[in-house]
Design a protein around this ligand. Structure first.
Ligand code: ADP
Ligand code: MG
Ligand code: MG
Ligand code: MG
Ligand code: MG
Length: 446
């Protein structure tokens, strides 16, 4: 749907919208917004709103800090009120923006621009790239004083139907709100762990999906807050139970046809699909710092909780990093099970796409598909099947990222150096902290 600025201006007035949020994302994936009142709507729509980039994580430039927000008009949305009080204060609309320098060039530190570059590269190769994400999250209780806890309020398990918990009601409220915001929800269900939920929305092109993920996280947190709960996308909030991932179903289309499908080939998968999978496997160690960017992310990537720990693919087994679901025809896709929902969705989609395209350009053949449970394999069996391990923690992941030329080029020097610097600082702070586990393990012992 292409909309003009005049259209949008008219709708803003017709809907009595009082504030317009101009949104963009910092390098770590936090959504930033600059809110303008009605008197500034025209200026905002024509892309003339300036902001001071030096106040934004990873945006700092020594030379100039003034930046422009150019709204992507296709992202226009009048937000539903999230509470009765909000409803009375007048409506709010949002536009997601690209960040530009005053001289009219795109800002290389804008994650949306990093993704755009890969989408354009795919287009030059004749492909459109699609992604359907499955973000998981926990709903936790808040203490009487409002503080966050990791206490879940339900005892339900995977796909439980019994109306035993508040979580289910709130999940339904979240789903309703997302539908009001234009999401096409395909499924919403309880996950394996107590208090854990998943809401799947329909796949779309990469930019739209990254925008959707950012909007999704905001909406889930906002509705939970309204019910006095905390919605958290932390990958492993509670040890010993499943963590939260964000599987990404990935496919390429060419001329309206799924380019991963080949009726006559083994598994029904085209060479394009195999090479794309080959590229994802090749670059998985180098891209995991981006798709799994927290110290905590690596506590999800341990054996036994349906999260991948090895670089392998399968057409059936959910212990592998890439699974090819059984659907064929236009639904043919690779499910990349590595990412978690704490990632910057723009950068994560950019590195996944870049890895897959590199696989296609370099004709990377993946090793044979593994159909067995990899958690149960011995080290020797894994070596025999050419199954590599992923970096064990954030520090190793950052080293692997810096060694991967394709990933460096994908992020660009500005994003790479700011990302690595911020993440190294996190690792240093974490390493210097004394954790409860150490006290439990050693305090009395030595
Ligand atoms: P799982 O079996 O892993 O739980 P789901 O059925 O919950 O998978 O999720 C499927 C996801 O895949 C949805 O987001 C759906 O829109 C998406 N999807 C379907 N077809 C395609 C496609 N061709 N390319 C990318 N994603 C797709
Ligand atoms: Mg699902
Ligand atoms: Mg699922
Ligand atoms: Mg799930
Ligand atoms: Mg899945």
């Amino acid at each position: 749907m292409t909309r003009t600025a005049a259209d949008i201006l008219q709708q803003l007035h017709a809907d009595d919208v009082r504030f317009l949020r101009l949104q963009f994302s910092d390098i770590l994936g936090s959504v930033k917004n600059i809110e303008v009142p009605a008197s500034q709507f025209e200026k905002a729509l024509s892309g003339d709103v300036m902001f001071d980039g030096s106040a934004v994580q990873g945006f700092t430039r020594i030379e100039e800090s003034d930046m422009l927000l150019r709204p992507d008009l296709s992202t226009f949305l009048v937000l539903p009120p999230f509470s009765a009080a909000e409803g009375e204060r007048g409506r709010v609309a949002r536009l997601i923006c690209d960040v530009y320098l005053p001289d009219g060039t795109p800002f290389e530190g804008d994650p949306r621009f990093v993704l755009r570059r890969q989408v354009e590269r795919a287009a030059r190769m004749g492909f459109e790239f699609y992604c359907g994400p499955e973000p998981e999250f926990f709903l936790f209780e808040r203490a009487a004083n409002g503080d966050s806890t990791t206490v879940t309020h339900d005892k339900a398990g995977y796909f439980d139907l019994a109306p035993i918990d508040r979580g289910e009601r709130i999940r339904r409220e979240i789903t309703n709100k997302l539908v009001e915001m234009g999401f096409e929800i395909e499924a919403a269900h309880h996950e394996v762990a107590p208090g854990q939920h998943e809401i799947d929305f329909r796949y779309a092109d990469a930019l739209k999906t990254a925008d959707n993920i950012a909007t999704f996280k905001f909406a889930v947190k906002r509705v939970a807050l309204e019910y006095g709960l905390l919605a958290s996308f932390l990958p492993k909030p509670v040890a010993g139970i499943n963590g939260s991932g964000m599987h990404c179903h990935l496919s390429l289309f060419r001329n309206g046809q799924n380019a991963f499908y080949d009726e006559r080939a083994e598994y029904g998968l085209s060479l394009t699909a195999l090479h794309f999978i080959g590229g994802l496997l090749e670059h998985a160690p180098g891209l995991v710092a981006v798709t799994n960017p927290l110290v905590n992310s690596y506590k999800r990537l341990v054996p036994g909780f349906e999260a991948p720990i090895n670089v392998a693919w399968s057409t059936s087994n959910r212990s592998a990093m890439i699974r090819v679901p059984a659907k064929r025809g236009n639904s043919t896709r690779a499910e990349f099970r590595l990412p978690d929902p704490s990632c910057n969705p723009y950068l994560a989609l950019a590195v996944m796409l870049a890895a897959g395209l590199d696989g296609i350009e370099e004709k990377m053949e993946p090793p044979p598909a593994i159909q067995r449970n990899i958690y149960k394999m011995t080290v020797r069996e894994k070596r025999h099947h050419r199954i590599r391990e992923l970096p064990a923690n954030l520090s190793e992941a950052l080293e692997a990222l810096e060694r991967d030329e394709v990933m460096r080029e994908t992020l660009g020097e500005h994003v790479l150096s700011n990302f690595v610097q911020a993440k190294r600082a996190e690792w240093v702070a974490y390493s210097a902290a004394v954790h409860q586990w150490e006290l439990d393990q050693y305090l009395d012992l030595v």
